[in-house]
Structures are given as structure tokens and as C-alpha cells.
Design a protein around this ligand. Structure first.
Ligand SMILES: C[S@@+](CC[C@H](N)C(=O)[O-])C[C@H]1O[C@@H](n2cnc3c(N)ncnc32)[C@H](O)[C@@H]1O
Length: 220
């Protein structure tokens, strides 16, 4: 089974939850780099088909090699493209955009809305893990009409990462999740309970690490 970092393991678990109970799902990993996430999804039977997209040839080749050498050539595709351009969305797709900056994520989603139309967007799920500009991503999602299904946080090599699962409803959400404590906009400030939960997670993680346990990411 393909090993993942704690951060990518968190992303994978969000994909697994998104897929749960839905028949034949296709996972699209935008910016697949090494292809590990797509590979793990196929290995665990979480997805029937995996599509990797990469803006650069080198990582696209790496993804293709990883999938081919594990015997998944027939149920995978790798596209050299910007975001989701040239990959029309299908019902129940789970689209992962992880490990890249928030502004890039916003551009990719915006282009996907233009290319696929709003009705198609309502039938897919996005799993987003921005490396930075979280606050801008949250604001964009809220203003564009996405709603949060779930969000998880992990602590990996001294950094907190978050992963949001969102769906497009084309309406203003009733609730905005938030983690950035420095926002001047009160809608995006961190609720006190979330800060307390993060602190508890961190302490739990340190204790688990001391006991040499391997699973150390949490939902809040
Ligand atoms: C830091 S890696 C993250 C890889 C993996 N998603 C992860 O979370 O570990 C970011 C990857 O996204 C690719 N990338 C950046 N912008 C992209 C875009 N607009 N469309 C497709 N791939 C992109 C980069 O080439 C790089 O391989």
C-alpha cells in the first residue's frame, strides 16, 4: 500500500469520506506530482478510476509511472494541463486540489465553473488543502456559493494543515468554518472552541508520539 505523509493521509481520508456510499467514483487529483494519492485511492478501492492532472511534464511522467508500475494503467489517466482544463467533470467526481497555494486553487475552481457550468459543479465534491492563503480561499468559497461538508486539521512536521471538503450549492452558506486567527474580518476569525480543540489535538499528538503510535491527525 502506498505510504502517505500525515498531511496526504488526511487528504486521503477526506476523499474516502466523500466517496462513502457513492457507487463508481472517479477521483481527479489536480497537481498530482508523484501520483501517490491517486495510487492509494485505487489500491484501497476508494475510486474505480483515477485521473491525475499536472501542469508540468516531469511530475506528470512520475504520476504515470507510479500508476503503470502498480498495474493501474487501465483505470487511470494522466493529463498535462492547467487545473481541470480538458477534463470534463462527471457526476460524483471527487476532485482533490492539495499542496498548492490558495490563489492557484481559486483560479482552478473558477475556470472549472466556466468550463463545466454551474449544474455540473453541483454534482461533484471538492477536497481542498491549501498550503497558504486559507483565509482568501474561505472567503472565495463562501462568496461563490460553496458550503462546507467537513474540515480536518493535522499536524505534520511542525506545521498545521487543514483540509476542507466542500460542495457547490450556488447559495450563500449559513456557516463559515474558520481557522485563521489573524483575520480582520470577523466572519473568518477563529472561534475560540476551534483554537482550544487544536491545542488539545497538539497535546494528544505529542503524547501519542511519545508512546510511538502512528495515527496522529484529528477531526475538530
Ligand atoms: C507541492 S506539489 C503537491 C503535490 C500533491 N498534490 C500533494 O499534495 O502532495 C504541487 C503540484 O501541483 C502542480 N501544479 C501547480 N499548479 C498547477 C495547476 N494549475 N494545474 C495542475 N498542476 C499544478 C505542480 O507542478 C506540483 O507538482
Amino acid at each position: 500500500m502506498q505510504n502517505l505523509t500525515v498531511r496526504l493521509e488526511m487528504v486521503f481520508e477526506q476523499v474516502r469520506s466523500a466517496v462513502s456510499g457513492t457507487g463508481d467514483v472517479r477521483v481527479i487529483d489536480v497537481g498530482s506530482d508523484h501520483g501517490y494519492l491517486a495510487l492509494r485511492c485505487l489500491e484501497e478501492g476508494v475510486a474505480k478510476k483515477a485521473v491525475c492532472t499536472e501542469i508540468h511534464e516531469g511530475p506528470a511522467k512520475r504520476s504515470q509511472e507510479a500508476l503503470d508500475s502498480a498495474g493501474y494503467s487501465d483505470c487511470s489517466e494522466v493529463h498535462v494541463t492547467d487545473g481541470l482544463i480538458g477534463v470534463p467533470l462527471q457526476d460524483n467526481d471527487v476532485i482533490v486540489i492539495a499542496g498548492m497555494g490558495g490563489l492557484n486553487i481559486i483560479d482552478i475552481i473558477g475556470q472549472a465553473i466556466k468550463d463545466n457550468g454551474t449544474e455540473a459543479m453541483k454534482k461533484v465534491t471538492f477536497v481542498l488543502q491549501p498550503q497558504k492563503s486559507n483565509e482568501i480561499v474561505r472567503k472565495y468559497l463562501a462568496e461563490t456559493g460553496f458550503v462546507y461538508v467537513d474540515e480536518t486539521v493535522c499536524y505534520d512536521r511542525d506545521i498545521f494543515y487543514n483540509c476542507m471538503r466542500v460542495v457547490y450549492k450556488q447559495e450563500m452558506p449559513h456557516f463559515l468554518s474558520a481557522i485563521n486567527p489573524h483575520s480582520s474580518d470577523p466572519r473568518f476569525q477563529v472561534p475560540h472552541e476551534v483554537v482550544m480543540k487544536l491545542a488539545e489535538c497538539l497535546i494528544d499528538d505529542m503524547e501519542r508520539e511519545e508512546q510511538n503510535q502512528s495515527v496522529w491527525w484529528h477531526e475538530y
